[in-house]
Design a protein. Sequence first.
Length: 455
Amino acid sequence: MPHRFEVFLSYNSADRTDVSSLASYLRDLGISVWFDQWMLIPGTAWQKALHEGISSSQTVAVCVGHSGVGPWENAEMMLALDRALKDSDYRVIPILLPSAPADNHIELPPFLNLYSWVDFRVGLNDPEATRRLIAGIKGNIPGPSQEPAASFSVNTTNSAPQQSLTASQNIDLDVLSRCLSVIGIPDDIQPELVSWLRTECDRYLDRSRIFDVSRSIPERLQRFGLPTPVIHDAESFLDEWVTSLTPPRLLSNAFYVSNEKITRTYRAYRSAIEAYFDAVGNPLESDAAEDKFLATYQYFAGTGNFVFLPARVLLGESLFWSADPVFYFVGAFMLDRKELFDAFPSVEVFLKEKSQRITLGLTNEVFGHSDPFHYPYVTMSGYLGQTSMRMRMSRKYVAVNSMTVDSLLTLIAGTPVIISGVGSIERSQDGGYLIQPTACRFSQSQSWLHPIERS
């Protein structure tokens, strides 16, 4: 059976709360997770589903808390251990949850003691434990412990690039303050909130830790006793802002990454990018597409040519266009279904029948079609604030997996979804605006996508 999931979470029902948080954390990091609370269909035989979940996962994480290994967890563990003995690429990872005993005399089942564990007793947001777990799930050697490193140099001015700049220096404090005021954050709270945000962005810039910033935003906002709608708006807006500051987060969550556009943009600006890195003393790490994307991002941000459009949308300002800048955008988009139905006539028929089972099968047929010349481009229409936009992406770079299938189904069904990402914007032949995305992710609903007016 093919591995549809990267990790299966096995646990004692007494530890469900911790494991649910861990599952969400891993999902935010871009890991495909089999977690029973997400995967079991009411009214079906769950024992069979558990067996299929283990069989379709590359790794089984056995979570151990204060209650030890539960009866069904033990059965799952033995099934996983049996498979691991037969398949050297199949991994079993014991995980110590925060509720596990604090001393070093942890009683694990004998066979489980043969495997290296990951210790989350410090907390589920422990960056070192997270790094080790991700390495285990991916089948990589974890290597030595890593300290936070500011690996991205950005600068919002047009002055010469300087050395040792950090992500927080991409924050335009005046613009951020105005945005927070529109959302409803009182002026006396803003300095503390912005100072914390800058510190956290620099502290967690390491790729294995970047999600900790956004995960901490709701807790930080709640400390100020703000109204729930304000907290929601501030949380979603700052999540997009943090993602724009830390491009590895966008790549980790992306459903679309155009290697072709990355290569084309890098080639077009290669001389300028190399000169920039010579000046800041931070050379390109490799020739991989991901590193080219990060280098190009760093160059545009460091030379003041990276534009965060949601701020202008929130403030109700006009979207200023110039020749070259790269934009971070957030908008609501719908799939051009006429184009889809022309390529796949059967889709329209199936949608009219409202057959959910058939529609699920069509998702892979539409976005995972093996012929690159059949339905080669996906066209969407939508809005950035009140400005209408079209977006065109190469279908072959759309990822179809457990993390993206629900949103892709929503698009096929004709419902708008929120998409954020990085790309360029140009005038189309009909005089409108066309987004050429480099990397995109599906985002949550944002009430601030249209200018907000608060009393």
